[in-house]
Ligand binder design. Structure first.
Ligand SMILES: C[S@@+](CC[C@H](N)C(=O)[O-])C[C@H]1O[C@@H](n2cnc3c(N)ncnc32)[C@H](O)[C@@H]1O
Length: 340
């Protein structure tokens, strides 16, 4: 094999092949070898890395390689790249960058952490491990909240609201999405993890929504700490995508999740109810009469939550609606306060 061909092979074969990377200058002569152009183009690299990922059992092999190649070329998705670029040769620096990022994917790093940003309902959010990566189904939770707010225009118009509390804000996805859609709203976003508080703050600044959000370190399980939030109550809504994975299911999570995302964001205790019941217990302190709680849960929770609420009538909370996600699973709950 000629030298240039050996170098190309080493670069493309990633950590499974020759390690250590190739000096970028080694590729300065690629243009004199037209047969390589296909391999060195975005489309060629996507095919190459898709095959490598598939061979190594990396989930979403094509999507991962497309996102990484597009990212290095300054686009969000491969489809966003002008088709004329798909077959254009890349620079040595771009090739090296793709190599580095794809090697991280081979170590099962989630693509969202590799890219360092991810879209949630059209908002581009910075992503930093181990802060929870927002999931597409949570977009449906936000959609439901927006629908409910739209049905109560008096709240918005008369009082300049709604005032919303988000428990467990993570990257800020839910809070910032609500703020961007509800120009009169105010949000109190709380999380027990410093990394999540910092990231929500950064994302709020990035989206210029920082003036309508209070970001407060707060652990819903710590006794008495909720009094910090009283100055903002009563609130119209509480929304949360809490940690709700049953503890014994934690080890079945994908390596991407288990190794890189914060278990505190996922593990909801024995029946996934620890934080859910804590939110429901605290809610009456903060909610207006007939205020609402919107929760993302897993499919066993609607029944568990309903039973739990029935055994806690003193809270005056009723499960008024359950919604299914795009896979048809019951995943979202609307709980309403019914009295003082
Ligand atoms: C499933 S993540 C949701 C993050 C974000 N809302 C989203 O949907 O992308 C749950 C969040 O709850 C936070 N959390 C876990 N336990 C908490 C507690 N006791 N008090 C406050 N926040 C908590 C975690 O740090 C994590 O950011």
């Amino acid at each position: 094999m000629k030298l240039w061909a050996r170098m190309l092979w080493a670069l493309l074969s990633g950590p499974g092949g020759r390690r250590g990377g190739i000096p970028c200058l080694a590729f300065s002569s690629w243009q004199s070898h037209p047969p390589l152009a296909g391999l060195l183009s975005p489309i060629g690299l996507v095919s190459h890395w898709t095959r490598v990922f598939e061979k190594r059992g990396i989930p979403e092999a094509r999507e991962s390689s497309e996102y990484i190649v597009a990212h290095v070329l300054g686009a969000k998705t491969f489809q966003n790249l002008k088709p004329v670029l798909w077959t254009q040769p890349l620079t040595p620096q771009q090739l090296q960058c793709i190599q580095v990022l794809c090697s991280r994917r081979l170590q099962r790093v989630p693509v969202q952490y590799i890219l360092g940003e991810w879209d949630f309902r059209g908002l581009s959010l910075k992503m930093v491990p181990p802060v929870f990566i927002p999931r597409p189904e949570t977009e449906e939770l936000v959609e439901w909240v927006l629908e409910e707010v739209a049905q109560r225009p008096n709240v918005v118009e008369a009082q300049g609201g709604p005032l919303i509390l988000e428990v467990g804000c993570g990257s800020g996805a839910i809070s910032l999405s609500l703020l961007s859609q509800l120009p009169q709203s105010q949000v109190i976003a709380v999380d027990k993890e410093e990394a999540a508080i910092n990231l929500t703050y950064e994302n709020a600044q990035r989206l210029r929504l920082q003036n309508r959000i209070q970001i407060i370190p707060f652990d819903v399980t710590s006794v008495g700490s909720w009094t910090h939030l009283l100055p903002w109550s009563p609130m119209d809504l509480i929304v949360s995508n809490p940690p709700y994975v049953f503890h014994h299911d934690m080890e079945q999570l994908a390596p991407e999740i288990r190794s890189y995302e914060d278990p505190v964001a996922l593990d909801g205790g024995e029946e996934g109810m620890d934080i859910i019941t804590r939110i429901l217990t605290l809610a009456p302190q903060f909610l207006k009469d007939s205020g609402s709680i919107f929760l993302e849960v897993e499919p066993r929770h609607p029944e568990l939550v309903s039973n739990w609420l029935q055994s806690h009538p003193d809270l005056c909370l009723n499960l008024v609606a359950i919604r299914r996600d795009f896979c048809g699973r019951p995943r979202f709950l609307h709980v309403q306060r019914s009295g003082p």
